[in-house]
Design a protein. Structure first.
Length: 301
């Protein structure tokens, strides 16, 4: 890695740490959203650096669909223990059991949309007034519209036309009672930046990000890992392929890519050659042209 790339990553690191500290300073009760994916892992790493040697001044929160990869949950629990953090779990299953949401029916049913209610319920229950997420502007066109400090109304809804200017990185976190903010410290990072920073900082990741053999089925052009959440349907063939995941999420909708990249250098080379975004294999983003923006307006991240 050249000195130019290292300086670039240090500038992004400095910007993210500044935003994390601004969030802790401007809000009474912030929370860091943790999915177990590489972006939230990097954001947690940055937060530890931002407030070292003190412990994190805010908890981590995982919106748990109940359909997680086992490797993700194991990594999450180990990380929280290692940094001596506090973990809040927002359960989609609990929201279903309480009658707050109704599970989708049909062969392509997903719990992804149900995360919105579970998230908003947890924000209200714990009175969190700012939720930090690892979304980046290069991921998806709706996320490209986000500010660093993204205002949400008292229903948790996002209006892309009613956001505040952020000239010279001056952030306005003022809000009315019941409103809150979503904060995106990694907004200016790219997927390549994330991977190069992971290598630079020697950050640990779940094994799912590295190439490994796994049973998969191909469904609507997406490679899905066979598990208790994804069972083969009539006419589908189970194959053993060497795959890895570029993004992490609900096991029922998170597609894999065929790959031999089992180390960081190979992953970085693979990302440099990729012609599809990392969310290109997310089945939930394929439901409509505006799937992500519709969910964000309802309160999703």
């Amino acid at each position: 890695m050249t000195s130019y790339h290292i300086n670039h990553l240090r500038q992004l690191e400095s910007e993210a740490i500044y935003i994390l500290r601004e969030t802790a300073a401007q809000f009474e009760k912030p929370v860091l959203l943790f999915s177990g994916g590489k972006d939230s892992i990097v954001m947690t790493h940055l937060a530890v650096k931002a407030f070292w040697p003190a412990k994190l001044p805010f908890p981590l929160m995982h919106v748990d669909t109940g359909h997680n990869f086992h490797e993700t949950i194991e990594f999450r629990d180990d990380l929280v223990e290692r940094i001596q953090g506090n973990l809040v779990i927002s359960s989609v299953q609990q929201a279903i059991d309480d009658g707050r949401v109704q599970e989708e029916k049909g062969p392509d049913a997903s719990r992804n949309a149900l995360q919105t209610v579970a998230l908003l319920d947890s924000l209200e229950e714990h009175q969190f007034d700012a939720a930090m997420g690892g979304a980046r502007r290069d991921e998806e066109k709706a996320r490209a519209k986000e500010r660093f400090f993204s205002h949400r109304d008292d229903f948790g809804q996002w209006d892309p036309k009613n956001q505040r200017p952020e000239l010279w990185n001056i952030f306005n976190g003022r809000k009315q009672h019941g409103e809150h903010f979503r904060v995106f410290p990694l907004s200016n990072w790219t997927e390549m930046d994330i991977w190069q920073y992971i290598k630079l900082e020697e950050i640990s990741l779940p094994s799912l990000y590295f190439a490994h053999e796994r049973e998969v089925v191909t469904r609507k052009g997406v490679l899905l890992a066979v598990s208790e959440f994804v069972e083969p349907r009539e006419g589908e063939t189970v194959d053993v392929k060497k795959i890895r995941f570029r993004t992490m999420g609900d096991a029922t909708i998170t597609g894999a890519v065929e790959s031999d990249a089992d180390n960081l250098d190979m992953i970085i080379d693979e990302v440099a050659a990729a012609r599809q975004t990392e969310r290109g294999n997310r089945a939930d983003d394929k439901r409509s042209e505006t799937a992500m923006e519709d969910r964000k307006k309802q309160g999703y991240f």
